[in-house]
Design a protein around this ligand. Structure first.
Ligand code: GLN
Length: 491
């Protein structure tokens, strides 16, 4: 498939690493080619907040030397980009917010550290919804990102810059974060592969917090094979994150060969109720049939409380964000209001000027649900419902190995289409949020097109079942070519 004659930008991580090892090209040549592509498409796509060309070339030269000396790590010389939510030493980390528009981190996030130690070359930091709050990338202070399949459309969010960059073949792989669907939903809307691992699988150290009990780092790539390569490097215990789990990391690459024969695939009745676009439903059903033809067994499962996941999330996530974002006060770092009259004025105006409308909406909602008198009615109640949703998944996984269904209710929507109606926007994550509330891993893979736009199939597994999800996705990608389709202007 991905061979020698293919243009460098069309090749996957797996194919590029073979090319580097065979001496077909150097990391510097690859890096220069992709940087040129990023520069030329940045004005139309706005996928990046920062392009780190100089640093990338330094890292590429270093990678070429390390390879020549015979010490190449698993990602040696391979280009990647990070969502602008991961702290990067000496490089701007904005979280898509004005309040951090001048923030240069003094240290690297664990994810950034691990990926760099494996030899990867960072080409830049990608655009995102402000503090990862959004499903369309429109809440970014740095402007919306365009979907490479149709530039009038949103690539989804909040990891929209990462998804657009990978879909447009500007870079083979990107990191992202997923608190309620922000890796899987943009992956679905851009025809890419996105995995959110189990909560605690990847260290959150240096990943700016939105909702700490839900946030998890993951990857967006063009194949499950590439996702396995990158996730394998990122995953693992880190004592600096108290929620990081000390659980061995399997060899995800080696696990890819496992067939779906005999795999019990749960199909949730509630996922096909009203709200799901007919064409999307048809593509997902085709994908289920493909898995069945390959020997998987489809089993009906029920998640009776899943309908409560969106309202539950919109109590828990704002509550945690109102607490996490209190650290942005204009005093220690980030945007500071000019000429404050007193300390209160400094706080109020720095935050008032620094945060956008969606972040303010969440901070206010979160403060309200945590306040004395409302805590029991909202926050405590939401935590109880969260428990019920987790239990629903637990019961289902006693009968099945994975749950399969749609990732998002529709294909990509127009930029501006849903901005005036937060509830409609929130419903984008109706199929993804459950996995975050229960801490489960989920992957989205391309499974066809509806009116020319990509549709995503989501697989969710029990805790630490990343290898099963990656293998099932890889097996599906061996049987289908949807993941190989590139948007017309970006081949
Ligand atoms: N779209 C959801 C939200 O706005 C999820 C975001 C995310 O996963 N970071 O909160």
């Amino acid at each position: 498939m991905a061979g020698k004659d293919q243009a460098l930008h069309m090749r996957t991580l797996a194919s590029l690493t073979r090319g580097l090892a065979a001496g077909e090209f150097s990391s510097r040549e690859l890096t220069e080619a992709l940087l040129a592509r990023i520069e030329s498409h940045q004005p139309a796509l706005n996928a990046f907040i920062t392009i780190t060309a100089e640093l990338a070339l330094l890292q590429a030269d270093r990678a070429d030397k390390v390879r020549a000396a015979g010490n190449a790590g698993p990602l040696n010389g391979l280009p990647i980009v990070h969502k602008d939510l991961f702290c990067t030493q000496g490089v701007l980390t904005t979280c898509g917010s004005r309040i951090l528009d001048n923030f240069v981190s003094p240290y690297d996030a664990a994810v950034v550290e691990r990926v760099a130690a494996a030899g990867a070359v960072m080409l830049g930091k990608t655009n995102m919804d402000e503090f990862a709050m959004g499903s369309s990338n429109e809440t970014s202070y740095f402007g919306p990102v365009a979907n490479p399949w149709d530039k009038k459309l949103s690539p989804g969010g909040s990891s929209g810059g990462s998804a657009a960059a990978v879909a447009a073949r500007l870079v083979p792989a990107a990191t992202g974060t997923d608190t309620g669907g922000s890796i899987r939903q943009p992956a679905a809307l851009t025809g890419t592969t996105g995995i959110k691992p189990t909560y605690g699988r990847v260290s959150r150290y240096g990943m700016v917090a939105f909702a700490s009990s839900l946030d998890q780092a993951g990857v967006i790539t063009r194949s499950a094979e590439d996702a396995a390569m990158l996730l394998g490097v990122m995953a693992g215990h880190d004592g600096r994150d108290s929620t990081s789990v000390d659980h061995p990391v399997p060899d995800y690459g080696a696990a890819l060969g496992k067939s779906v024969k005999g795999l019990k695939v749960g199909v949730v009745r509630q996922h096909f109720d009203e709200g799901l676009d007919d064409e999307c439903a048809a593509r997902v059903k085709d994908a289920l049939k493909t898995l069945e033809d390959a020997g998987a067994e489809l089993v009906d499962v029920d998640l009776p409380n899943i309908g409560l996941s969106v309202p539950t999330y919109y109590v828990v996530a704002p509550a945690e964000c109102s607490s996490n974002l209190s650290r942005f006060d204009g005093v220690r770092f980030g945007h500071r209001a000019e000429d404050p009259e007193d300390l209160l004025d400094l706080y109020c105006r720095s935050r008032g000027e620094g945060f956008g409308a969606e972040v303010k909406r969440r901070v206010m909602t979160g403060t309200y649900v945590l306040s004395a008198g409302y805590y029991d009615a909202y926050y405590l109640k939401a935590q109880k419902v969260r428990q019920l949703i987790s239990q629903d998944f637990k019961n289902a996984f006693e009968r099945v190995d994975v749950i399969a269904g749609p990732t998002a209710p529709t294909t990509a929507f127009a930029i501006g289409e849903k901005t005036d109606d937060p509830i409609t926007m929130y419903l984008n994550d109706i199929y993804t949020i459950g996995a975050n509330l229960a801490g489960l891993p989920g992957i989205s893979i391309p499974c066809g097109f509806a009116a020319g736009l990509p549709v995503g199939l989501q697989l969710v597994g029990p805790h630490f079942a990343e290898a099963t999800l990656l293998a099932s996705a890889h097996q599906y990608q061996q049987m289908t070519d949807w993941h190989l389709e590139a948007p017309g202007d970006f081949e």
